[in-house]
Design a protein around this ligand. Structure first.
Ligand code: ADP
Ligand code: MG
Length: 253
């Protein structure tokens, strides 16, 4: 694997089994995500993008192949290491936000930190944790909605809350599965701008999954999922090299 990459996948295979029939989804995926780079994984619905993201996030395990985080194998690491990887090293956001409906925006941002702390640890650090959560809401432009529940927020605001939640642990990499998939074009563009800002200001490495070519075109590098493999993104742009758009990243989206 590439030693300088934040996250790498090597020869990843994954099949699902439905009524005793094997459905191959990933058939030898190789990819590297380098520090500070925004990478788009683009492909049609059903092409295996979410499956790959789940494997990269260690939410599921490949049938064959390896995932490396900062050069260390992570897919077969002990459960505690994989939990720590998911809870601290990476941030994950989804199309449908996955917010808890009974909690306010601020509480949603706080919740994973509360859960991962021991009661004592949370008790002694709660002011600090709360200030951090407020700072993250502010970072995504949503401090004025801190007390709103998801039902009292727009789709864009819910996605901002989910991004703030993902930033709580200061992750080095953000995995985003169709982050604009449920939003109107204008709001989707605002979310992309926010991700682009996080990349430029904080050097956050971003992996963005999308079925939408116009969104993928804004990334620094773009890989296309096809037939269970990642095609050299070059075919996407009629060249043999991955696309490298001029900065700022995502500006074209
Ligand atoms: P994408 O995110 O690109 O739309 P997915 O990774 O969700 O695609 O799915 C890839 C393929 O795997 C699809 O054909 C889907 O129907 C199938 N699939 C996904 N999850 C399961 C599952 N749990 N069991 C069986 N088949 C699945
Ligand atoms: Mg998907």
């Amino acid at each position: 694997m590439n030693q300088s990459s934040v996250l790498s996948a090597r020869s990843i295979y994954k099949s699902y089994h439905k009524d005793k029939i094997e459905v191959p989804v990933l058939r030898g995926v190789d990819v590297d995500f380098d520090p500070g780079v925004v990478t788009a994984l683009v492909g049609r619905s059903g092409s295996g993008k979410s499956t790959l993201m789940h494997l990269l996030a260690t939410l599921d395990r490949p049938d064959k192949g390896e995932v490396y985080f900062r050069g260390q194998r992570i897919d077969d690491a002990p459960r505690a290491r994989r939990d720590a990887f998911r809870n601290q090293d990476i941030g994950i956001i989804f199309q449908f936000y996955h917010l808890l409906p009974e909690l306010s925006a601020l509480e949603n941002v706080l919740a994973p930190t509360m859960i991962s702390c021991s009661v004592w640890n949370y008790f002694t650090h709660r002011k600090e944790v709360r200030l951090r959560a407020e700072a993250m809401l502010d970072r995504v432009g949503l401090l004025h909605r801190a007390k709103h529940k998801p039902s009292e927020m727009s789709g864009g605001e819910m996605q901002r809350t989910a991004i703030a939640r993902a930033l709580m642990t200061d992750p080095s990499l953000l995995l985003a599965d169709e982050p604009t998939g449920n939003l109107d074009t204008e709001t989707g563009r605002d979310i992309l701008k926010l991700l682009s800002q996080l990349n430029q200001d904080d050097g956050l490495t971003i992996v963005m999954i999308t079925h939408d070519d116009s969104i993928a075109a804004g990334a620094d590098i773009c890989h296309r999922m096809k037939d269970g493999m990642l095609e050299s993104a070059g075919e996407f742009a009629n060249s043999s090299e991955p696309i490298r758009t001029s900065s700022p990243a995502l500006s074209a989206a």
